[in-house]
Design a binder for this molecule. Structure first.
Ligand SMILES: Cc1ncc(COP(=O)(O)O)c(C=O)c1O
Length: 414
């Protein structure tokens, strides 16, 4: 018999094996200073493109004031206990009402974290007789929620409606056998590549097949749609989404998340979601802070206008210079380049140290081997100078990448 830790000593995992070269710089970097378009990294000012503060609320003086006042009045603990037992307040209920209203649903239920909430909601919504069908490129919270599911699950190729329907047919067959139902899960916006989930096409199949749809709209909430209500609003299918989910960790620049749907479904989640039944309630500072942020999203459309000005300038500028930004139709801006992991590291090092640009780098196994994805997240806190500077820097690093400069430097990393 082995010591349990023998494996983790020998096999650090696909990312962990790079820890020695990457830690503190490529992973677990420390961005310092106020959250904004320019922060400090490694002692230098950098243009920051890696923070999902889409609407620039993280450091808005009115937001900070409400956060601080709530923390002063209630401390960071109140209310204590799980919502069901002793952690319930009028403000939690108010936030739920306002979230539901904003996304045009009957009711909403707050959860402490999006990831945990999604895992737990999937667990609550299906039994072993039910079938889960979800996109292969889904966020880890969906994949892990589906893993907990004791019944059958099918994945479909990313945003591929032919593959979706094929798996829906298989799922329907299975659900007939077990006398269960089908839960389809998609993202409103796929956060790595920036493509919206094909919600319109998915809901069109409701006429042909019997399923319920859960949408994770982490990146769509606040950024898409006429009022900012997300990908469902943008595609005109919000009413067809049975369970809508958004986190407060992005446009809302906070912590927490919510599910919204009809009153029966939400009531069911309140009484059956184990991540909330057996966990402390969201602290009041988060709740009051979220109420303030939601109010600003509702009443300050200029934040979204500014965001989209920056998104459009960045994306059209990159395309003009011949960059491959994939099929993004949201704020998330991927730049696809070709190279191996050591080259990617050398390039990002150059980008950060010499061009003063900080963006996230995504490599295999998240994307195919030989590809490098530099992910840019424009926000309303950016400006057109940031965009110009960044596009010029990207043109320069691409030249170095294709002429083999980073390949030579990369040798030092291995
Ligand atoms: C698509 C998606 N779902 C869920 C989450 C998790 O949200 P939270 O940070 O609130 O746990 C994220 C955040 O990374 C996300 O991008």
């Amino acid at each position: 018999m082995k010591d349990l830790f023998e494996r983790i000593t020998n096999d650090k995992g696909p990312l962990g094996k790079w820890a020695k070269q990457a830690e503190g710089y490529y992973v677990f970097p420390k961005l310092e200073g106020s959250i904004s378009n320019r922060m400090r990294f490694n002692g230098k000012e950098v243009i920051t493109w890696s923070i999902n503060d889409y609407l620039g609320l993280a450091n808005h003086p009115e937001v900070i004031k409400v956060d601080a006042e709530a923390a002063q009045q209630y401390g960071m603990a109140y209310p204590m206990g799980a919502r069901m037992m002793s952690g319930h307040t009028d403000f939690h209920e108010q936030l739920e009402r306002e979230c539901a209203e904003f996304v045009n649903k009957e009711a909403a239920y707050l959860v402490n974290f999006g990831y945990q909430g999604m895992v737990s909601a999937i667990d609550a919504l299906v039994t072993k007789n039910d079938v889960v069908v979800y996109d292969m490129d889904s966020h880890a919270c969906i994949i892990d929620g589906a893993r907990l599911h004791q019944g059958k699950r099918f994945t479909f190729r990313h945003n591929d409606m032919e593959s979706f329907e094929k798996n829906l047919i298989r799922a329907s067959r299975r659900a007939e056998e077990t006398n269960g139902g089908i839960l389809v899960i998609s993202e409103g916006v796929f956060g790595m590549r920036g493509e919206q989930g094909k919600l319109k096409e998915i809901v069109a199949l409701k006429k042909k097949y019997n399923f319920r749809l859960l949408v994770d709209d982490a990146h769509g909430f606040g950024t898409l749609g006429k009022t900012g209500a997300g990908a469902g609003e943008e595609q005109g299918v919000q009413d067809e989404i049975d369970v809508y989910f958004a986190t407060f960790a992005k446009s809302m620049a906070g912590i927490g998340a919510f599910f919204a749907g009809n009153s029966d479904v939400i009531k069911y989640l309140q009484y059956n979601m184990r991540s909330q039944m057996f966990a402390k309630s969201l602290p009041m500072a988060m709740v009051k802070g979220a109420l303030k942020r939601l109010d600003m999203i509702r009443t300050m459309p200029e934040l979204r206008t500014k965001l989209w000005e920056n998104v459009n300038a960045l994306q059209s500028g990159l395309v003009e210079k011949g960059f491959n930004i994939g099929k993004t139709n949201t704020c998330v801006t991927p730049v696809f380049l070709e190279g191996d992991i050591p080259e990617a590291m050398a390039m990002v090092n150059d980008l950060r140290e010499n061009y003063r640009i900080f963006c996230s780098i995504v490599v295999y196994p998240v994307i195919p081997k030989g590809m490098i994805l530099l992910r840019l997240i424009p926000t309303s806190a950016h400006n057109l100078d940031d965009v110009k500077e960044t596009i010029a820097a990207f043109s320069s690093i691409r030249e170095k990448l294709t002429s083999g400069v980073y390949k030579k430097i990369a040798a030092a990393f291995i």
